[in-house]
Design a protein around this ligand. Sequence first.
Ligand code: M6R
Length: 576
Amino acid sequence: MCGIIGYLGHKEAYPLLLAGLQQLEYRGYDSAGICTSSDNTLHVHKLQGRVQNLTAMSLPGTRGIGHTRWSTHGRPSDRNAHPFADGKNQFSVVHNGIIENYLELKEELRKEGVQFSSDTDSEVIVHLIAQNYQGDLRQAVLDTIKRLQGAYAFCVLKNDREEIIGVRNGSPLVVGIGVQENFLASDVSAVIEHTRNVIYLNDFECARITREGVDIRTFQGEPCPFNVKEVNWNLEQAQKQGYKHFMLKEIYEQPQVVEDSLRQSLSLKTKFSRLIIVACGTAFYAGLVGKYLIETVAKIPVTVEIASEFRYKEPLFSAQELVLAISQSGETADTLAAVRLAKQQGIGTLGLINVVDSTIAREVDQVIYTRAGPEIGVASTKAFTAQLLTLYQLAFYLAGKDFKPLHLADQLRAVLSLNDQIKDLAQKYFHYQNFLYIGRNSQYPLALEGALKLKEISYIHAEAYPAGELKHGPLALVSEETPTVALCLQDSVYQKTFSNIQEIKARGGKVIAIATEEDEKIRSISDDVIYLPKVEELFLPLLAVIPLQLFAYHIADIKECDVDKPRNLAKSVTVE
Ligand code: M6R
């Protein structure tokens, strides 16, 4: 996720902005840059790679803006790093978020003679501001906003003005209040060293900071009342935005991930009649849900292969097949090897990747980026949701249908509101040594994902099975000492799973059911029930994963495990 900092005061801006960017590094980024202003001139230094690379030099001035970039549009490179300037080097902009209509705006600006220096969506903002400027920077920004579609926060500096303008629409931005100095930042970690007094901007608000003060307006230019809040967090708490762990923060970011994912449109270069999905871990389980979605919606056959197995097979590829690699990091060694195997055999490859310009993203024939933003917790949560969202989009695209689900993000928010209930359940069940997870159809991969989450962060043994497999062996494990998490949401196989729960109960097993609201019947055969809102069968996986993540999280937290960095595991598995 990109990071922003802006400073205007009595100190040298460059070292201060640099330190602010270092505090934003935890968000993940691939390039960084700073622009300062002195003697009516803008000075810029921006580079691909670490913030540390910017320490080799300094720029003059007591005002400036800085940015860490997590690529979305345009690969990581010096030229795509922020800040961006207009042709006359009078305006400078740093931007977080996505400008959805940038291609259209770019085309229009090009026709008017504007030359672009990057491949980003962000650069259109600075050229529009330069065009709209008639002596009032804030007004030029407000006029520019009228042309922008998407979610964004950005800050603007002008060479000869003692002010910085910041706006918020869908991406966070805070104002830090100092003494004879003020700040703008995408999160409080960047300013906490200098001030604990902050204003959290709301969407559709525009802040103007000067050395002396702050003025906040609506996007219509009307003055806005604001509250200055005192932040009591330390730096580490601020980076987690008050959440105890990154994993919990990332679980709560999922509604936003849904909204961001739905903003992107998808198109494919290749045609194929069969899809082979290759992936590892959570990404493999996303692939299993993808199989269900693509076969149900687009009627295209899909096989899903664990990459570490697939790479050592002698697959019988045939023309008209496409290999789809799913990976958050884009660096997983086995998934990469599976891609290379397909390429050697002349088979087309597609990547569904979260980290822009990662190795797999560069090696596949075509890449679709998921919109999870950086995931810091080793346990994958929001990346899984972003992978599912993109697989829905792919399934609908292949079927030639529109994918415009209503209220999905709000339904996820409703599930997140069950957190306290799930925490109580974690308290009740954390001392068990073994768990079973069961589900059928699209809920089976969710059972696998729920069991993986519990294993990897709480070190409790958990096994997942298709509910119909119980009688073929795992039923022997059922006892009072082995609770079962049963995914029994109302779908076409509901009654079958319901019967499996009865079989478990008849053998003295405890059952935590994940069920659909108003299903009173299930309460009578389960020890505990987590009720989810009613949604179309196709969308059940998106909702059902959240209680599984929260249950694993709270159990691990109660057991005082290192939730974000579980033992023996790495975030990116770059070796076999
Ligand atoms: O970066 P990738 O998506 O390729 O990673 C694949 C797995 O290593 C990853 O999903 C792993 O299973 C997670 N720790 C699960 O939470």
